[in-house]
Design a protein around this ligand. Structure first.
Ligand SMILES: O=P(O)(O)O[C@H]1O[C@H](CO)[C@@H](O)[C@H]1O
Ligand SMILES: [Mn+2]
Ligand SMILES: [Mn+2]
Length: 394
């Protein structure tokens, strides 16, 4: 029996992307952005399990930098992966990790006001049954609520905003506007935006009142379907069980997924992952995404919060490694960076770590690889046909 666990630490980048200069935060190129390095430089980071697998060595390989407190002799499968897709967003990163680089240019909304074309605004108003929308610009979701939440409660108009990603986001109050109404609005609007090559329509429900608005766990992403078969499709077509933990289902437009394991927090998702390592079927694939590095700390430019979450997750890594069974492969990686020390509030273009273990196997340096080599290696480990891109590095 062989099982594979592919775990994405959302936004845990390690710098060094060769094309970082083509990606921006508030007009500043991402050249030099390095999520883990800059956290380690700002404060002490205690990551014994990730570092023992090879995190410090991977940072050195990706960017040439020495991260303070990291850099143990690697004992795991370790390397650094470079993305080729023309986007530093979550679907681009995940699809390429799953063997399908993005073959098109995403549509991004311009960073001006109004950001959205009149026909999109008209469609939102028609579907929502409102006279107007609020926002219509780039912004950080929590700031949008502080600035427009009260007006939303007064007018009932949905708050529409975007970012450096190819996204159309709608924030609305779960009770005043209605959660079902918001989800229906996003779902019905999505085909129009997918047609424009906008990657995702994202529902951003929140609760509370002025001065105390809180986003809830009922976020939903309506993403374009991947343009070719990913390792999830390939595994499902071969009759394998595929477990999607966290937002993996949404990211892959629910293709190739047998079982969904969702939760309100990364702590819930860690519970799912550890249980699946105990219980997942022989020859199954588990694909997990831990989003809070990105959503709670990276976009919020919160260095201490990001550091604490890394240290918490390091403990989960230790427990996961301890539970591996003969034939198991586990790989920890990321989908892009989100350097909390950087300008702006958007993702940063970075290389990502490849860190993992095979039950009972020795350390293995895989060197510089591509995102899609990770998918190809997972497929090879499971004895499945290779996806269209990538080479097995194991
Ligand atoms: O600022 P919030 O609403 O968290 O939005 C962030 O989350 C979006 C999707 O993950 C990104 O495009 C970024 O804009
Ligand atoms: Mn992401
Ligand atoms: Mn993000």
């Amino acid at each position: 029996m062989s099982r594979a666990f592919l775990v994405v630490m959302d936004s845990v980048g390690i710098g060094g992307a060769p094309d970082a200069g083509q990606f921006f935060n508030e007009g500043r190129p991402d050249t030099g952005a390095n999520t883990v390095l800059h956290i380690a430089e700002a404060q002490r980071l205690d990551l014994p399990h990730l570092d023992r697998l090879g995190l410090g060595a991977a940072i050195r390989l990706a960017s040439g930098a020495e991260a303070p407190g990291l850099g143990a002799a690697p004992q795991g499968i370790w390397g650094a992966a470079t993305e080729i897709s023309p986007g530093k967003d979550t679907p681009s990163g995940h699809w390429e990790l799953a063997g399908v680089p993005v073959p098109w240019d995403w549509h991004y909304f311009p960073d001006r006001q109004p950001a959205f074309p009149p026909e999109v605004v008209a469609r939102v108003c028609e579907l929502a049954g409102t006279e107007r929308i609020l926002g219509n610009r780039h912004g950080s979701g929590t700031v949008m609520l502080e600035e427009l939440g009260a007006e939303h409660l007064r007018t009932g108009w949905p708050i529409c905003y975007t970012s450096a990603d190819s996204v159309f986001q709608i924030a609305a109050h779960e009770e005043a506007f209605g959660l079902d109404r918001l989800l229906k609005l996003c779902e019905t609007l999505a085909p129009m935006l997918h047609e424009m090559r906008v990657g995702r329509v994202i529902a951003r429900p929140f609760l509370g009142g002025p001065g105390g608005f809180q986003r809830t766990a009922n976020r939903r992403d309506y993403a374009i379907a991947p343009p070719a078969d990913t390792i999830l499709d390939i595994a499902a077509q071969a009759g394998r069980v595929t477990h999607a933990v966290g937002k993996i289902g949404d990211i892959f437009s629910h293709r190739g997924i047998t079982r969904l394991h969702k939760g309100g927090s990364d702590a819930d998702l860690a519970g799912h992952l550890l249980r699946l390592i105990e219980e997942a079927e022989p020859d199954s694939l588990t694909f997990a995404n831990f989003v809070e590095f990105d959503s709670l700390y990276g976009h919020r430019r919160d260095i201490p919060g990001y550091a604490a979450h890394l240290e918490w997750f390091d403990g989960i890594v230790g427990q996961a490694l301890h539970r591996l069974k003969p034939g198991d492969l586990i790989l920890f990686t990321a989908d892009h960076g989100n350097d909390p020390s950087w300008t702006g509030t958007d993702h940063t273009r970075e290389r990502v770590p490849v860190l993992g273990a095979r039950h009972g196997a020795a350390s293995q340096a895989v060197g510089q690889v591509g995102f899609s080599d990770i998918g190809a290696s997972v497929a090879a480990h499971l004895g499945l046909p290779a996806p269209g891109h990538g080479k097995n590095f194991l």
